[in-house]
Design a protein around this ligand. Structure first.
Ligand SMILES: [Zn+2]
Length: 198
């Protein structure tokens, strides 16, 4: 136990970060106070700025400091392609890994009744309205290949079908350079199930 209540509170607060347990929180708190107080001040300021100024785009629900994010506001992005992702981090991964030029819709979660996440929380009414506008030609479902992500994908497929929009699903398979021997069974089973004609 530390000698300072504030120090204990700082360690406890740091534990809100993913993957940070008691030991890591302690190391971070000591590091900041012993060696990097300017860094700690900068971090504190940036956290407050980010939390207060980064909101969600009114059209795609992704992170944005404006009411419309840069992707939604960009006339160069193809309005006929709409990619649905679970999180802003997934959106960022697709932006970095592909040359995708369409737009996005961010669910900010996945269907999970046990966590109180239903169609309304995921903005699926908003998505259905967007499809009803008639501009989107293809809904690219990029939810994660987890049980909940697959259930969400199925639901999204139904929404697309109701709107008469083609829905496609990312193939989840063997990573490039991967060897079957080292790949988990779920991935192999999924890749096998999604096999395509050569
Ligand atoms: Zn947007």
């Amino acid at each position: 136990m530390s000698s300072s209540p504030l120090l204990s509170e700082l360690m406890e607060a740091l534990r809100c970060l993913p993957g940070v347990g008691a030991k890591s929180a302690q190391r971070m708190a000591y590091h900041l106070l012993e060696r990097d107080r300017p860094g700690a001040r900068r971090l504190a300021g940036k956290l407050v700025d980010a939390v207060e100024r980064i909101g969600n785009c009114t059209r795609c629900r992704g992170f944005s400091e404006q009411s419309l994010c840069a992707v939604c506001a960009n006339p160069q992005r193809d309005p006929e392609l709409l990619c649905v992702v679970e999180s802003p981090a997934d959106q960022s991964a697709i932006e970095l890994a592909t040359g995708y030029r369409g737009r996005y819709f961010v669910l900010l979660g996945r269907l999970s009744p046990i966590d109180g996440l239903g169609p309304r929380e995921l903005g699926l009414d908003q998505l259905a309205n967007r499809l009803a506008e008639g501009e989107v030609r293809e809904l690219i479902v990029a939810t994660n290949p987890t049980v909940e992500g697959e259930a969400t994908a199925h639901y999204l497929g139904q929404i697309a079908q109701a709107a008469g929009v083609r829905a496609t699903r990312l193939a989840h398979g063997v990573p490039l350079g991967g060897e079957l021997e080292y790949i988990d069974r779920g991935t192999i089973a999924h890749a096998f199930g999604q096999r395509q004609v050569l």
